[in-house]
Design a protein around this ligand. Structure first.
Ligand SMILES: *[C@@H]1O[C@H](CO)[C@@H](O)[C@H](O)[C@H]1NC(C)=O
Ligand SMILES: *[C@@H]1O[C@H](CO)[C@@H](O)[C@H](O)[C@H]1NC(C)=O
Length: 418
């Protein structure tokens, strides 16, 4: 009898142990700022940080007088903070007396203006909610390190934001820091909102599950995956694109051209940027495919005077509507791994003024055709909205799942469960 009880007790412990010990992923609402088309999340004490999925660090303007403890210059953490020097930005790390130097200097930079500054690396906390994937569960204070920056580094960032949360693949980006202090996987889910009255999207550090209130299924199941590719010297997330299609016809851009410089994902640009050698064939293919889709005798999309920075703009009345935005040729990136990233009108067209909609793929400025120092394609915020993306730095892959037309990233339930 005693033996049976012991076995029973042992199995109860075994059952209870993983559940009570398991650390939950960390949740944050993601807000789109309509003035800048940038996305922010609350970090702590009312500080909102701009999401930069290509950023290697967390940084904010520190309050004078309550500077948290600093990190010594010779610490490994200080080396990690300087692992990705920004060109033209970086001064040597430790001073001449580096053995005695008690403060680590990092070089935070503004992803929109490209400006950078020197700032101390300090201890801080990311105050958020743990989540079971359906609701917030309880508050967590996640220890982290961040760089302090002067106020002038906030230029061009959304009003009310005080810094940047880098979500790149580096050790001091927010996902890796949450992973190491919270003991969760080094991956994050991102569902970017369209903004305005639609409400907040969601980011979850540590991975799934992810449920929304309209549809009870777990959005991290049955995702399409493609490898995340590292590019030498860059902490950003790249994917490998084999070809681009406009509806069913292939845009005449070679796989080699796309591999030259690669395809980068970025939340610092509101819409996609294409290098000139990709851009010209791309817009030509769009014009052709748009003309080809018009039904005989039906309405024809009427081009109107372009609104900068866009080149192809249309009278919105002459574009058909679908549940996935304007009825325009869909853009598909054929990904390594065999899947396609299909972008219907909702991810390819932007309303620039009442009655005018433009193709939200823009030519990169100041870059020559074929120059591999620049990405061939930078996929921007609009292209990633209302899709569940899973950036997995451990498995080095990007998971994606598009939402049905009646679902939005703002359908996460931010009410704490009782
Ligand atoms: C945690 O979630 C609750 C319920 O939604 C919310 O009121 C609170 O502000 C959240 N806390 C943080 C730190 O985000
Ligand atoms: C959101 O979650 C709360 C707590 O579990 C629940 O009471 C509420 O019904 C949910 N809201 C929706 C719209 O599902």
């Amino acid at each position: 009898m005693a033996r049976v009880l012991l076995v029973l007790a042992a199995s109860l412990v075994a059952l209870a142990w993983p559940a009570s010990c398991q650390r939950l992923p960390v949740l944050a609402p993601v807000t789109k700022d309509l003035a800048t088309s940038l996305y922010t999340l609350p970090f702590h004490d009312g500080a909102n940080l701009v999401l930069d999925i290509a950023g290697p660090l967390v940084w904010f303007t520190c309050q004078r007088g309550n500077l948290p403890a600093e990190l010594p210059c010779k610490s490994p953490t200080c080396r990690l903070a300087n692992a990705y020097p920004v060109p033209g930005c970086h001064a040597p790390g430790c001073g001449r007396h580096w053995h005695d130097d008690k403060t680590c200097t990092a070089y935070p930079y503004n992803p929109v203006t490209g400006a950078c500054a020197a700032g101390n690396l300090v201890h801080t906390r990311f105050v958020a909610n743990a989540t079971d994937g359906r609701n917030p569960v309880s508050q967590v204070n996640v220890r982290a390190v961040a760089a302090c920056a002067p106020r002038k580094l906030l230029a061009s960032l959304p009003r009310g934001s005080t810094g940047v949360a880098g979500l790149a693949g580096s050790c001091l980006a927010l996902p890796a820091q949450v992973a190491s202090t919270q003991k969760v996987a080094n991956k994050f889910l991102l569902c970017l909102p369209r903004g305005g009255a639609n409400g907040d999207g969601v980011a979850i550090f540590g991975g799934g599950p992810l449920h929304f209130w309209v549809d009870p299924s777990d959005y991290t199941q049955s995702m399409d995956y493609t490898p995340l590719v590292a590019k030498q010297g860059s902490p950003a997330h790249y994917i490998s694109v084999k070809s681009i299609s406009m509806d069913n016809s292939r845009v005449p851009v070679s796989e080699r051209a796309l591999a030259t410089g690669g395809v980068m994902l970025s939340t610092r640009v509101p819409h996609a940027l294409l290098r000139r050698d990709v851009y010209r064939p791309f817009v030509d293919a769009f014009v052709k495919a748009l003309a080809a889709q018009a039904a005989p005798g039906g309405p024809v999309a009427r081009a109107v005077r372009p609104v900068a920075p866009f080149e192809l703009c249309y009278d919105a009345q002459t574009l058909g509507n679908t549940r996935f935005g304007y009825w325009v040729p869909s853009v598909t990136l054929a990904l390594d791994g065999g899947r396609g990233w299909r972008m219907p009108g909702v991810n390819s067209m932007v309303d620039v003024e009442p009655g005018t909609a433009c193709l939200a793929f823009v030519e990169m400025k100041g870059v020559k055709a074929g120059d591999g120092r620049a990405p061939a394609v930078i996929v921007g915020g609009l292209q990633m909205e209302n899709i569940v993306l899973e950036f997995d730095m451990e498995k080095k892959r990007l998971g994606m799942r598009t939402m049905p037309y009646y679902m939005q990233c703002s359908h996460f339930n931010f009410t704490r469960s009782a």
